[in-house]
Design a protein around this ligand. Structure first.
Ligand code: PEP
Ligand code: MN
Length: 341
């Protein structure tokens, strides 16, 4: 793959001519119309493209190969941060930090509505809740399925918050899209390429969790799958990785936040709940995420964690969550940002 950097003053006609030439060669073209300039990504076998021929076309400043294995996800392809709306809020671009919150699983109509109202009052912008749950044991609660999606949609009616929920298989993407606003790809499914293909063809924002034993590069390659199928709205979510440590459920890879932001233009979200696995440590990890440059956080909240059907031990009660939002706001302001209004 290579990118064609057009001159700032290049005309529409000149851009179209470059695209037409690349397509004539049989290449796939991805356009990135930035504020400063247009970049045209040309994807295909580099040996076949005549780089000089394109470089000499009117309006072209230069042609550079992208050397990283991830292309569309890389900062080389797009220098500016990607931003997109989530409901009435915007994620990415150094703007306000988006707070997503809610229970691990939807357990009943009243539970999700009660939790949604409490999260909204505490300052959350997006409601989370799993209806299809990837559980370690086949005997554990597997989620409410479509009924759970219906309750999530009701909670959106009540609070106005958009919904993020996990989709576990390609065949269920259309069903989840009927109810959800944002599709979550779980850590266990990060490298489910058929699923990445399916969400890449939807135009819904995608929250892509990092696999529990994945390299940052592998995670970015999975984002690349989604982008290459035409969906530009991908968020990278660091949720902790597996290490030798056992006092916490996972080890929060705080490094992944600045590394992902350096390598990629995509918004980065932190999940301190799964990263620590214990409610006592969630606030510390959440505040660290904000300080480290996360564009969003996703936090598990349950009104009665002791009764939760999944992840009760890492869920915050609404009062604790409300206090945390206030503290995250102070941290955000200390690093020149803010929590979304
Ligand atoms: C979840 O968000 O409840 C979840 C299952 O997360 P992960 O895929 O990161 O384990
Ligand atoms: Mn969970």
């Amino acid at each position: 793959m290579m990118i064609v950097i057009m001159r700032a003053e290049a005309t529409m006609r000149e851009k179209s001519a470059v695209i037409a030439r690349a397509e004539d060669f049989g290449f796939k073209v991805h356009l990135s119309d930035g504020k400063e300039r247009t970049i045209i990504g040309i994807i295909g076998d580099d040996r076949v493209i005549n780089r000089d021929q394109i470089e000499r076309m009117p309006g072209v400043e230069r042609v550079v190969p992208i050397l990283k294995p991830f292309k569309l996800a890389s900062r080389e392809f797009r220098a500016e941060d990607t931003t997109f709306p989530l409901g009435n809020h915007t994620i990415g671009g150094g703007n306000g930090i988006v707070v997503m919150a809610g229970p691990c699983s939807v357990e009943s109509r009243s539970q999700i509505i009660e939790t949604a109202i409490a999260c909204k009052e505490a300052g959350a912008h997006v409601l989370r809740g799993g209806a299809f749950k990837p559980r370690t044991s086949p005997y554990a609660f597997q989620g409410m399925g479509e009924e759970g999606l219906k309750y999530l949609a009701e909670a959106r009616e009540v609070t106005g918050m958009p919904i993020v929920t996990e989709v576990m298989e390609p065949a269920l993407v259309p069903l989840v899209c009927e109810y959800a606003d944002i599709l979550q790809i779980g850590a266990r499914n990060m490298q489910n390429y058929a699923l990445l293909h399916a969400v890449g063809e939807s135009q819904y924002p995608v929250l892509l969790k990092r696999g529990m034993s994945s390299l940052i590069e592998e995670w970015l390659m999975c984002a690349e799958y989604i982008l290459s199928h035409g969906n530009t709205r991908v968020m990278l979510c660091e949720r902790g990785i597996r290490t030798f440590e056992t006092y916490t459920r996972n080890t929060f890879d705080i490094n992944a936040i600045p590394v992902a932001k350096h390598l990629s233009h995509l918004p980065v979200v932190a999940d301190p709940s799964h990263a620590t696995g214990k409610w006592e440590y969630v606030a510390a990890a959440a505040k660290a995420s904000v300080a480290a440059g996360a564009d969003g956080v996703i936090i598990e909240v349950h009104p009665r964690p002791e009764e939760a059907m999944s992840d009760g031990g890492q869920s915050l009660k609404p009062e604790k969550f409300a206090k945390l939002v206030t503290q995250m706001k102070a941290i955000a302001q200390a690093v020149g940002r803010d929590i979304e209004a």
